[in-house]
Design a protein around this ligand. Structure first.
Ligand SMILES: [Zn+2]
Length: 352
């Protein structure tokens, strides 16, 4: 089993494109197209504004100047033919861009693009009776709100998976591993990942965009983080932990009753915590080393913890499970971890 470290940098998704029809057939609808565009820009945050195109012209126009320059841009582009090829050629390099075409009347060269993803995924917004795509794609007269929502195509989550891949470390607690997939809603910044897999470079990462399309993210080789510091467990907590280790339960100083190992807090929610040193809101695991006179502990900063080359513990809402490699893939065995799991001689994983 190979242990590999990666870092993942999350970038904003590609900018969307709004293509305005300025052909003769769309001329009566220009005021509608203009106010629709202004409405879309007003309802989207500036970093989600689409680039503006005029049908027939591959040059993008900056959206921040649209309100001031719409009329002069329209005059300069009006009467261009209903030809989309120059723009789609420009946009096809980034197939995940959300593209909307707004206009009226047939786009003559669209049949040339009928099998191409960027045209298939485009949003066709039509005003007036004359179809844009002659029935190749569905067309609707979208409202400002509908069009803005379709053009706003941010990344909504990030996923990491692969054949034989098991993440055993990540540095963002909002990520969760489930059904073979590490997923989180973080979509900017960076993520450090520790991956186990029998073969190298099996892991892949992608951002899932709001419109359902995916953007492949690159995994860069990275260094393992330094392990968390050991700290000494204060005598009072050490005594309680050693009772729990020996007898599977301990006498609670708050209520004087016996609590089973794993119930690290008193049942009385108002009681002072019995193990304040073990408060770990991020990972849910601590490693305890009892080989010295005073127990040392270190809090594990992730919900996933490698137990053996082929076994990983995963902290869930109610305890922890062991996930094992069966020679081909990682299997959730349904095996619950005991609250004190023996790792090696005098060293234990505590499920918090
Ligand atoms: Zn108690």
């Amino acid at each position: 089993m190979l242990e590999q470290w990666y870092s993942l940098t999350l970038k904003p998704g590609p900018r969307s494109a709004l293509i305005l029809d300025v052909s003769e057939s769309a001329k009566p609808f220009w005021p509608v197209l203009r106010s629709l565009t202004v409405g879309v820009l007003e309802s989207l945050p500036a970093d989600s504004w689409p680039e503006i195109f005029f049908l027939g012209n591959p040059q993008p126009f900056p959206p921040e100047e649209f309100v001031a320059k719409a009329e002069s841009w329209h005059a300069a582009n009006a009467g261009r033919g209903s030809i989309i090829t120059p723009i789609l050629e420009e946009l096809a390099g980034e197939p995940n861009r959300a593209v909307a075409v707004v206009g009226s009347g047939r786009i003559f060269d669209l049949p040339d693009w009928s099998d191409v993803a960027i045209a298939r995924h485009a949003i066709w917004c039509r005003y007036g009776p004359a179809a844009l795509t002659e029935g190749i794609y569905s067309e609707e007269a979208y409202t400002v709100e509908q069009l803005a929502e379709k053009l706003n195509n941010p990344a909504v989550r990030v996923e990491v998976s692969g054949t034989g891949v098991m993440p055993f470390f990540w540095d963002d607690p909002t990520f969760r591993w489930q059904l073979g997939l590490l997923a989180g809603t973080k979509t900017s910044g960076s993520l450090l990942l520790g991956i186990l897999s029998p073969a190298p470079e099996q892991a892949s990462a992608r951002a899932v965009l709001a419109n359902g399309s995916e953007q492949i993210l690159s995994l860069e080789p990275a260094e393992a983080p330094p392990p968390p510091e050991w700290r000494e467990l204060p005598s009072r907590e050490d005594n309680l932990l050693r009772q729990a280790l020996r007898q599977g339960r301990y006498a609670c100083p708050a209520c004087q009753q016996l609590h089973p190992a794993g119930q690290w807090r008193c049942t009385d929610p108002a009681a002072t915590p019995n193990f304040p040193t073990l408060a770990n809101t991020v990972g849910g695991f601590a490693i305890a080393d009892t080989s010295a006179w005073q127990t040392r502990v270190r809090l594990h900063p992730c919900a996933s913890l490698q137990l053996k080359p082929d076994a990983v513990a995963m902290h869930m809402a109610d305890g922890a499970e062991i996930i094992r490699f069966d020679g081909q893939s990682w299997q959730v065995s349904g095996e619950r971890m005991r609250p004190i799991h023996s790792l090696e001689e005098r060293r234990y994983v505590l499920v918090l």
